[in-house]
Ligand binder design. Structure first.
Ligand code: ADP
Ligand code: ADP
Length: 232
């Protein structure tokens, strides 16, 4: 089954003269263990789609599923716990705690939740992220690309069913951007993580298994990456 699905989703902001239809009948499927990129011009609805699929925002029509759960049937409390238990987030701003080491930042959300990270899983993440020599460094001692990789590793730590990344390379130069995209791709290939990413980065399409193109609140194209060498 898909990790997440949108079925004929619409999202309208405001009303009357200020009404904006941000999503207009969007249906997409997010395959499990795959890397999906959502691309399109500014204002095409990318962020809105991601927020709606991640349960951060209520939709105006249609349905969103995370796993088997239909989000519109959940009250706010159950939606919050579903997000906490099943969803990971990466944003453009790294949101790392400056006084904590890279490793402490990676495990912080689990520490706060009183959950013990699976050591073997953590080791695999650290191996994949390639920051073993930097784990005791504080964010200020790391490059932007390294900081964002720490933020991605933090999202991976609890092994969420799905990770949503909103413009994860938006603040990075092209070299750091490639580092982060490579790590996200490896998290999918080597660790089996499901990732959905909203991006403007033109080279992002080369890393993803599936690219969805939005325009004016609709999906106008889908591309399956042949170089990803896996059948969807
Ligand atoms: P993208 O991420 O592709 O740039 P967005 O999802 O941010 O697009 O926005 C899609 C459309 O919805 C735009 O016209 C935007 O101005 C509008 N929009 C987004 N968020 C809001 C909001 N909170 N209130 C009103 N309009 C919004
Ligand atoms: P992005 O760069 O991801 O497209 P935006 O700069 O469009 O993000 O939007 C940033 C925030 O502002 C989002 O939370 C979005 O919902 C909100 N927003 C975007 N457009 C509007 C708008 N026209 N009116 C009110 N809020 C908006």
């Amino acid at each position: 089954a898909a990790a997440a699905r949108a079925e004929d989703v619409s999202k309208v902001y405001g009303s009357g003269d200020t009404k904006v239809t941000a999503l207009d009948g969007v249906s997409v499927e997010i395959p499990r263990g795959r890397f999906t990129a959502i691309m399109g011009p500014s204002g095409s609805g990318k962020s809105t789609l991601m927020h709606c699929m991640a349960g951060l925002d209520r939709i105006s029509g249609g349905e969103v599923y995370i796993g088997d759960a239909a989000l519109s049937t959940l009250n706010d409390k159950r939606l919050t716990s579903l997000r906490r238990d099943k969803v990971g987030f990466v944003f453009q701003a790294f949101n790392l705690i400056p006084t904590l080491s890279a490793l402490e930042n990676i495990t912080l959300p689990m520490d706060i939740a009183g959950r013990k990270p699976d050591q073997e899983w953590l080791d695999r993440i650290i191996e994949t992220v390639g920051l073993r020599q930097r784990l005791s460094h504080r964010p200020g001692e790391l490059s932007g690309g390294q900081q964002q990789r720490v933020a991605c590793a933090r999202a991976l730590a609890s092994r969420p069913e799905i990770i949503f990344a909103d413009e994860p390379t938006g603040n990075l130069d092209s070299r750091s951007s490639s580092e982060v995209l490579s790590f996200l791709r490896d998290s999918v290939r080597d660790l089996g993580q499901t990732i959905v990413m909203v991006t403007h980065a033109p080279d992002a399409a080369g890393y993803a298994d599936q690219v969805l193109f939005l325009s004016d609140g609709r999906v106008v194209d889908r591309m399956y990456n042949p170089t990803a060498d896996r059948v969807l």
